[in-house]
Ligand binder design. Structure first.
Ligand code: SF4
Length: 159
């Protein structure tokens, strides 16, 4: 029986453009990936999802709250390999732009940070977990993503 790569796709604080690109890539790769990949958790594709275990977790977006930090740590715990998708996940920016607000603006947004239980600063994934591989770009570079996915399929001996 064909071995499949068990993957999870998650998004945190971001605009989800890399998720849209991923869905666009399915136009060309769906039938090929269907044979090689088990989409164990991918909310944009299915309504019933399984929370791990994963060979690879693809994580898009920055971390802006304690709730997100805890969820990211859980994802890391149940995944053998973690890939940061897009600049927000890799560097925090542009989602982290409030980190660089002037003192005056910081004061202005303080009540919102408190109201929505947000962290003082917005963080890249690696502030909280070890990131194994990165797909940079805003949104992600699709060619780097395809190369990374290929690496993962080889790493986990699916191909
Ligand atoms: S990296 Fe760019 S495209 Fe991706 S989530 Fe952040 S802002 Fe959106």
């Amino acid at each position: 029986m064909q071995k499949k790569l068990a993957i999870g796709w998650f998004t945190f604080t971001c605009c989800e453009d890399s998720s849209i690109l991923f869905v666009e890539l399915l136009n060309e790769h769906y039938f090929e990936w269907k044979k090689l990949i088990e989409f164990r958790h991918c909310k944009m594709l299915k309504s019933i999802n399984q929370f791990g275990p994963f060979d690879v977790a693809f994580v898009e977006g920055a971390i802006s709250s304690d709730k997100e930090r805890k969820k990211l740590e859980k994802i890391k715990h149940i995944s053998k390999y973690l890939v940061a998708i897009g600049e927000c996940a890799c560097t925090g920016f542009p989602s982290a732009q409030r980190n660089n607000f002037s003192a005056e603006l910081q004061k202005e947004i303080k009540p919102l940070i408190k109201k929505f239980h947000l962290l003082e600063k917005v963080h890249p994934l690696e502030s909280f977990v070890k990131v194994d591989e990165r797909v940079p770009g805003c949104p992600m570079d699709p060619n780097v993503f395809l190369k990374t996915l290929d690496n993962c399929l080889k790493k986990f001996k699916v191909i």
